[in-house]
Every structure is written in C-alpha cells, then in structure tokens.
Write a protein that binds this ligand. Structure first.
Ligand SMILES: C[S@@+](CC[C@H](N)C(=O)[O-])C[C@H]1O[C@@H](n2cnc3c(N)ncnc32)[C@H](O)[C@@H]1O
Length: 240
C-alpha cells in the first residue's frame, strides 16, 4: 500500500480523530482496564522496584497508567506521532505528574529520537501495532529488542486477524452478542466511520506471523499470554 492510500496519519493527527477516540475513554477503561493491568503483571518486577518503561503509540496513556498504578516507583516514557493525542494524554495523565513524559516518535520510520534512552527496562504497546505495515511491525520489534536491557520484556495488546473465515465469523458473532447494535452499525457507517474502520483493519494480520517476527528478532519466552476472540496480549523477553 502506498502512503497516499494510508489514511492513518491523517486520522490520528486530526482534532476530529483524537476527539472521537477520547470521547470513549471511560467506556474503554471499563472494558480494557483488566488487560492493561495484566500487561503490568507480565513484567517481572517487584511492586517496589524502580524501573523505566516505554509505552509506544501511547495515545492518551491508558496502558502506561495501568503499569504506573501497579508499580508506584516506575517511570514511563510515552511516545506517539499525534500532537492531538499527546495533548489529551498530558491531561489524562495528571495524577502521575513527575513520573511520565511524552516524546514524539513516528513508528512508521526507524528514526528513534534521542530523547528515548538507549536502554529501557520494559516496552509495552497497546492497540497501535496494527496501524503499522508488516515491514515496520517486523522492524519495530527488532528495534525494541535492541533497546531492552537484558531480561527486559516487550508486551503487546492488539487485535489480530485469522486466515480461517469460520474463525473470523465466530469472533463477529460473539462480539455481536456483546453489543446488539454492532451489526446495524456495520451496515450503516457514515463516511467518517467507514474511513476509521478501514484504518483500523488495514494492517491487522494473523497472530502467528507476529509471533514469528518476535522470535526472529531474538525474543525468548514468546507466548500469547491472554486472548479473547480477536484481541491478544503477547510478548517475550530479551535473553539475560
Ligand atoms: C487506537 S489508539 C491506542 C492508544 C493507546 N495505546 C491505547 O491503548 O489507548 C492508536 C494510537 O497509535 C498512534 N499511532 C498510530 N500510528 C502511529 C505511528 N506511525 N507512530 C506513532 N504513533 C502512532 C495514534 O496516534 C494513537 O494514539
């Protein structure tokens, strides 16, 4: 796909795109808080350990908040390419003032800014890897591996696709039970909703392919540590 048909940057770097996302913050917190906390539990730290972690594609910081809450002496570096999302994040993160900072980083490039330390203790991503081309998913995983301290973990929470149509249909059927309005919404999208949907699914790929990217980057302990329908939490660590 060429850059002109990839609407990702245009959507996230718009007031409308950021507002659409932030308007549903409370609903998402209720649905996903347990997963963000679980991502923290996967990190091999004691409750009082001091460590620095990265939340890439952090948006308004939901995943980082889960981890900062779990580990009161941890510090987060949040990155994103959207000033609109980072601006809203600064507001939503206020309870953690002094323990976090935002850095602009476009993950579609491998130009990591100097403000991101060369070595960090852990890296998390939530609901953003599916916005990257396969080439960049693979490249980013290798770059994360290089940044991790020995023994450091990378954990990703994201949707995946399935090559099996029956599986995809089952995910849809079960999701529709949860949200009886979902089927109607699918059939009657406004042009903006359709554009956001296309952006959401553009680079969603099967789970195995992503686990292969992790293994080929050198990660150990690679597993799917949580899964519900199309949503997964997988990760691995840099060998000590
Ligand atoms: C669906 S939101 C998820 C935000 C947050 N991680 C969460 O779980 O609530 C996707 C985020 O990824 C960011 N994003 C998308 N593509 C990106 C890229 N190429 N580089 C950096 N951030 C990106 C968007 O700006 C947005 O904040």
């Amino acid at each position: 796909m060429d850059q002109s048909t990839d609407t990702n940057a245009a959507i996230w770097k718009s007031e409308e795109g950021a507002q659409y996302w932030t308007a549903k913050t409370a609903e998402r917190e209720q649905k996903r808080a347990a997963q963000w906390q679980f991502m923290g539990e996967l990190l091999p730290f004691g409750e009082q350990d001091a460590f620095t972690f990265l939340d890439l594609g952090a948006g308004t910081g939901a995943a980082a908040r889960g981890i900062l809450e779990l580990y009161p002496r941890s510090v987060a570096i949040l990155t994103d390419f959207s000033s609109q999302m980072m601006g809203e994040g600064e507001r939503q993160m206020q309870q953690f003032a002094g323990r976090f900072g935002y850095v602009e980083f476009d993950m579609s490039t491998s130009n990591w800014p100097a403000a991101i330390p060369a070595t960090v203790d852990a890296v998390v991503t939530s609901m953003c890897i599916h916005h990257l081309s396969d080439h960049r998913k693979h490249g980013l995983f290798a770059e994360i591996f290089e940044r991790l301290a020995p023994g450091g973990w990378y954990v990703n929470y994201d949707p995946v696709s399935s090559p099996d149509r029956v599986v995809e249909a089952t995910w849809e059927r079960v999701n529709d039970r949860d949200d009886p309005e979902a089927a109607g919404k699918r059939l009657h999208r406004t042009p903006q909703e359709q554009s956001r949907h296309e952006n959401h699914v553009r680079y969603v790929i099967p789970l195995d392919q992503q686990l292969d990217y992790l293994r080929s980057a050198g990660f150990q302990g690679v597993d799917v540590y949580w899964k519900h329908l199309e949503n997964v939490i997988y990760g691995g660590c840099r060998p000590t």
